[in-house]
Design a protein around this ligand. Structure first.
Ligand SMILES: Cc1ncc(COP(=O)(O)O)c(C=O)c1O
Length: 431
């Protein structure tokens, strides 16, 4: 398409829900950001180079040789039962006990997010999400025309009193509050983690108010300090739907995730899954299952943890050394991300083209909100570039922020839009 001037003849035919499906205006910038000379601190791609690729290649070919007629056939809509049993073992790491029948295997946990929303939410139903929240979840909630309400976070994640207030306010407005969506461990994008008491307080609110708690936990095993945090689902098997994923502990390209849900919800999720995809890929499921059965997967998770810890340290040390006064950032204890707050008056969205010109990329904070907030923030990820590249990227970013500060001092900050300016806020097409 040339120049973006061709009109889409189908525009009047789309369903109302397609209105919320908009491409990011920064997508074009990300095409530039993927050039090798740019240090990208933007994407959330796991470092799959650290996997035992030879072993996975051997597994994949052996599966087809020895069990090809099963592996290449349709399977169960709920997912392979052996894999579901193995998932119980994986979830024991975060304190969850369940039955294989409670699990639905999905095409990544992204699909589980879609299924849960499809089963629970009518247009206009309120979904409470953290401020900021995961881009991919916001996209799902938007596509089902949910009323997305951001709830404040602090250094320990979702703030219970703010959650309470949001439920009261939504109900006073005559709205139905359907879900609380939370990422308790190593948050994307905020890089913070709920402590045990915080988790209990949030669960208590969900229980008291009768609102489903959707616990999204793709990073739970990737903590750098101490054992994995105990999942909220470990303390309540009726109030919580838990989402897990092999994307960060094995390989995102296999697209294997899962949901654990109370019996009735699980039945609905299977029916919704069947209507979406008939069944998850047998090939991908058997690959994961074989890998879990024959490889020291816990050791591999440890390899990932060490690798990401080293990268986190490289990022935090360099931020400490080089960032101008007035810049702050979170200190993640696991996962992939740190959330940076710019000095007063700077705007992460306006600054992005200048950062890319300086050969460093990040995700502006606006992508993680649906209401125009986020210009004072940006997300930095340390999962993919090696430590030296991370140091170089942070050095370039510090230079860009310095220049922005000089500009702001020369011309004032009156022109800079800040949070709550009501501007449009498309989600970037990144994790
Ligand atoms: C918080 C969160 N939830 C869900 C997902 C989706 O993961 P999956 O690859 O399992 O679909 C991601 C991916 O980055 C994520 O960060």
């Amino acid at each position: 398409m040339s120049g973006g001037s061709r009109l889409d003849p189908w525009v009047d035919s789309y369903a109302a829900r397609a209105r919320g499906m908009t491409a990011s205006e920064i997508r074009a910038l990300f095409a530039v950001a993927s050039r090798p000379e740019v240090v990208s601190l933007a994407g959330g791609m796991p470092y799959v180079q650290a996997l035992p690729l030879d072993i996975l290649a051997e597994t994949a070919s052996r599966l087809i040789r020895e069990r090809g007629t099963q592996v290449l056939q349709y399977g169960s809509g709920q997912g392979d039962v052996t894999l579901r049993e193995q998932i119980l073992d994986v979830m024991s790491e975060v304190g969850i006990t369940a039955h294989p029948d409670d699990i639905v295997v999905t095409t990544g946990s992204q699909m589980a997010l879609d299924l849960v929303t499809r089963v629970f939410c009518d247009p206009g139903d309120v979904v409470l999400v953290e401020a900021p929240s995961y881009v991919g979840a916001l996209g799902v909630f938007r596509s089902y025309e949910c009323d997305i309400v951001h709830v404040a976070m602090d250094a320990e994640g979702l703030v219970p009193s703010a959650l309470d207030a949001a439920i009261i306010a939504a109900r006073a407005d005559g709205k139905r509050v359907k879900m609380i969506y939370t990422i308790p461990s190593f948050h994307n994008p905020a890089g913070v983690t709920q402590g045990p008491q915080r988790r209990q307080d949030i669960l208590a609110i969900a229980q008291r108010e009768g609102v489903l708690l959707l616990e999204d936990d793709p990073y739970g095993l990737l903590g750098f300090e101490g054992p994995p945090p105990r999942a909220i689902r470990a303390d309540d098997d009726q109030q919580v739907v838990y989402l897990g994923s092999f994307s960060k502990t094995i390989a995102s390209g296999l697209r294997v995730g899962w949901a654990v849900a109370p019996h009735g919800v699980r039945e609905k999720l299977v029916l919704a899954a069947e209507s979406a995809v008939l069944c998850p890929s047998n090939y991908a499921q058997f690959t994961v299952s074989d890998y879990l059965a024959t490889q020291p997967w816990r050791e591999q998770v440890k390899v990932f943890r060490e690798l990401y810890r080293e990268r986190r340290d490289a990022m935090l040390e360099t931020l400490d050394q080089l960032m101008p006064a007035g810049t702050t950032w979170t200190h993640p204890q696991g996962g992939f991300y740190s959330w940076l707050t710019l000095p007063e008056g700077l705007d992460s969205k306006a600054m992005l083209p200048r950062a890319i010109a300086a050969l460093v990329a990040y995700v502006p904070g606006t992508g993680f909100y649906v209401d125009g907030q986020g210009r004072a923030h940006l997300r930095l990820s340390y999962c993919y570039p090696d430590p030296d590249r991370i140091r170089e990227g942070v050095r370039r970013l510090a230079g860009v922020i310095e220049s922005e500060l000089e500009l702001a001092q020369t011309f004032g900050t009156g022109h800079v839009l800040r949070d709550g300016d009501g501007s449009d806020n498309p989600a970037p097409n990144v994790l």
